[in-house]
Design a protein. Structure first.
Length: 318
């Protein structure tokens, strides 16, 4: 399919801008792919949703019109609902949890399910950290503080229901429209990891950050299954090895960069607040109201219990 004389250059869609987890994951993947293939395969990143909104890129990859995409895991969930287990609030409680789940047996099951459901194969995982809440109006430390704010969320049922459990009706909105909506104050706030807040320059349109820990943002790197199947076995192994290397690089990137980026956002004028009472009210409302609503959708309560027990936690109560 390829020769060393003429490298195959694959297009890689990236939802976020420069400086964040998605770009770092993509660059690590390209470097590893070139190394693994002896220069016969490479890639080019298209940042800031140039190739379409994140959910659109799943469809494009599934139909074979796009090679690779890096996107937030919640944007795969509409196509492959079992993946939504990782977007249930307060399931992933640390970066170690995220790595354990995605790189272990649960992650492998999700890869196989996503091939079947969505026509794309997850070959790497990016780790962005917790989706902190930002807004332009006021510091938020309690559920009561949240009332009256207009918060943008992705078009993702689980995230919408999480905010409803906290007493507000969020505004579902495509990622590509979010910055302008914040700038024009169509919405007051949004949630995303520190890395994304920085990469998207949200400090220009947002003042306050709340250290919510309800959702750890995982960014899968997917390849079109049609493209993967068209490759030789050797090329497939090279792609998979490059995905593993990129996953490791992403974990290291988050550990090295998140604190620095948080400090940089503060230096640019953002104010950080921790939730009151170690987030107890947010946790109770979200887990008791949201988890049961999605048991059927994610493939049954046992799917969530498998994830929890793999992390050394108790299964959900009946």
């Amino acid at each position: 399919m390829t020769t060393a004389v003429h490298a195959a250059e694959y297009r890689i869609a990236v939802g976020d801008g420069a400086g964040g987890t998605q770009e770092a994951l993509g660059n690590a993947f390209i470097a590893a792919l070139e190394e693994q293939s002896g220069g016969e395969m490479t890639g080019k990143l298209f940042l800031n949703g140039q190739l379409g909104d994140e959910q659109d890129t799943v469809t494009a990859a599934a139909t074979g019109t796009l090679d690779f995409s890096i996107l937030a895991i919640n944007n795969i969930t509409p196509f492959s609902p079992s993946v939504g287990t990782l977007t249930l609030p307060y399931v992933i409680l640390s970066q170690d949890d995220a790595e354990t789940v995605t790189q272990g047996e649960i992650g492998q099951q999700m890869i196989e399910q996503t091939i079947e459901d969505a026509g794309v194969r997850i070959i790497g995982w990016g780790y962005s950290g917790f989706r902190v809440l930002t807004n332009s109006s006021k510091p938020v430390s309690t559920v009561e503080d949240l009332q009256g704010l207009v918060i943008r969320v992705p078009k993702n049922e689980i995230m919408i229901e999480t905010y409803k459990s906290w007493g507000i009706n969020p505004t579902p909105m495509a990622w590509g429209e979010t910055f302008a909506a914040l700038q024009q104050k169509v919405v007051d706030g949004q949630d995303n990891p520190y890395m994304t807040v920085y990469a998207m320059k949200f400090d220009e349109v947002q003042k306050y950050i709340t250290n919510l820990r309800y959702l750890f943002s995982i960014e899968p790197l997917v390849i079109s299954e049609a493209l993967f199947e068209s490759m030789s076995e050797e090329q497939q192994q090279q792609v998979l090895a490059a995905g593993e290397a990129a996953t490791e690089a992403s974990a290291e990137f988050l550990r090295a960069e998140e604190t620095k980026i948080r400090d940089e956002l503060v230096s640019r004028g953002m104010e950080i607040t921790d939730p009151a009472d170690e987030e107890a009210e947010f946790i109770e409302l979200a887990t008791s109201n949201v988890w049961p609503k999605f048991y059927d959708q994610i493939g049954g309560k046992e799917v969530l219990d498998n994830v929890l027990t793999s992390l050394g936690r108790e299964p959900t109560a009946e």
